[in-house]
Design a protein around this ligand. Structure first.
Ligand code: PLP
Length: 457
């Protein structure tokens, strides 16, 4: 063997940390489809977008050709507080499974917000500050994004206004209080503060809200408030760009030991962690230098890739946002209750959607009891209490490792462990009590919501 045995954790030192984000779109032959203005059905211009988003972020959003964007020093300094995140060789899990596969996971839960979302939150807050803005608005579902953004805003002294899906606001008081600790104001959505919120409440009194609806509220508030812009924690190209830090670090760590992954696995909600994790590897694949199997994992209750349609759709329920071409279940699709709140979005990043359509990514879905079984198995041997979202990737990694056991193949499996599950203990409780139910939408339900897709030629 060329190297010493691989350590349990592979770290990078400060000099080895990436200094630029990698823009995967630069290497794509088939570029992701542009965002469209819902009024004119023409591609959104930088000028139109800059009413909603910060200028530099608009530039990043629309740039399909620049491969690298320097990470500003202020952001690199913040990253140093919690990065590099460890790349762990899951020796204990391998032992438990008695598999010849070698399993690695990139753990992004090592910061107070508990997930990878901080990687983009700090970048977005930085550019808002640079532009001299007073603050930003956003939505949060399960609360991870709102928490990450509130940390980032307090670091740069920006005001942070979060619309939190009402059922989470009520069910997850601790997430809410973490956000308030960092100085954010948190409003349950739908609210009476916005026109969209009032309209939705009039139409559906007693609704407990949805991510799509909270997005509409946050956008309306940003557009109508002087010195404010809207920020989004997933789906957008700019977010995938910032999250490429995950993949760049992973690749640098593996390269140190000449480890080449065979399979790369990530959970997919809006696609930001998966897009970030695979970025440099997919770049090699697109340039024809290497080949990797890449697997996106989603919940059976919200199966955008595996059962959705590749079409232009609204990004929000209130239909105020631009249209994006993506694998979607339709913006009116309301996923049945599922404990992986971060995977409940109806659509998928347009970059990943294009890659999936081109056959460069595989996708699969799991029911939540199978996901929690994997979460528990993982927690018991590797020690980390995983987020329900992340546990989708664990499930797939275990299944792939078990296939290696049958065939005797020593594959290198890398998966993204996006966060911790301390705020999801009601979900674990329902699993332990045997009360957790699986929801799989019928074809008719999905068709019903797809009927309402906007007409775009
Ligand atoms: C938000 C979230 C996800 C899903 O979002 P992506 O944009 O698809 O990465 C996954 N895991 C955790 C822990 C999250 O908070």
């Amino acid at each position: 063997m060329k190297h010493e045995p691989i350590p349990y954790k592979i770290y990078l030192n400060e000099n080895e940390m990436p200094k630029a984000w990698y823009n995967l779109r630069a290497d794509m032959k088939n570029k992701p489809a542009p965002l469209l203005n819902p009024g004119t059905m023409q591609p959104m211009t930088a000028e139109e977008l800059s009413g909603v988003f910060c200028e530099e972020l608009v530039r990043q959003e629309l740039d399909d050709s620049t491969p690298f964007f320097d990470i500003p020093e202020e952001i690199r300094d913040f990253y140093k507080m919690y990065r590099p995140s460890p790349l762990v060789r899951a020796y204990c899990l391998e032992e438990k499974l008695q598999t010849p596969a070698k399993i690695y996971y990139k753990f992004e839960g090592n910061n107070t917000s508990g997930s990878h979302k901080l990687n983009s939150a700090i970048a977005q807050a930085y550019y808002a500050k640079q532009q001299g803005l007073k603050g930003v608005t956003t939505e949060t579902g399960a609360g991870q994004w709102g928490t990450a953004l509130s940390m980032a805003c307090s670091y740069f002294g920006l005001d942070c206004k979060v619309y939190m899906v009402k059922c989470s606001y009520e069910q997850k008081p601790f997430r809410r209080e973490v956000m308030r600790t960092y100085g954010a104001s948190v409003t349950p959505s739908p609210s009476m503060e916005t026109e969209v919120g009032r309209r939705i409440l009039a139409e559906h009194p007693g609704t407990t809200g949805s991510l799509g609806c909270a997005i509409s509220e946050a956008v309306e508030m940003a557009v109508g408030s002087e010195g404010y812009r809207y920020v989004l924690g997933s789906v957008l190209n700019q977010v995938l760009l910032h999250q490429s830090i995950i993949g760049l670090e992973t690749k640098a760590a593996l390269d140190k030991y000449d480890v080449v992954p065979d399979i790369i696995i990530g959970c997919a909600g809006g696609g930001s962690n998966l897009g970030g994790l695979i970025a440099p590897f997919m770049g090699e694949k697109l340039r024809g230098e290497k080949d990797y199997r890449i697997i996106a994992v989603e919940p059976s209750s919200c199966p955008s890739f595996t059962r959705g349609k590749y079409a232009y759709d609204f990004c929000d329920t209130g239909m105020v946002c631009p249209l994006a071409k993506m694998y979607t279940l339709g913006s009116s699709y309301i996923p049945a209750p599922n404990h992986a709140g971060g995977l409940r979005y109806h659509g998928m990043s347009s970059t990943l959607s294009q890659l999936y359509d081109d056959g460069l990514i595989e996708a699969r879905s799991y029911v939540q009891t199978d996901v929690f079984a994997a979460a528990e198995q993982f927690a018991r041997v590797e020690g980390i209490l995983p987020a329900p979202e992340s546990s989708h990737a664990i499930r797939a990694a275990i299944d792939e490792a078990m296939k290696c056991k049958e065939t005797g193949e020593e594959k290198n499996i890398v998966f993204g462990l996006t966060g911790t599950g301390y705020f999801d203990m009601y979900a674990y409780e329902s699993f332990h009590d045997g009360k957790m139910q699986n929801y799989i939408p019928t074809d008719a339900e999905i068709q019903e919501s797809l009927k309402k897709l906007p007409k775009v030629d």
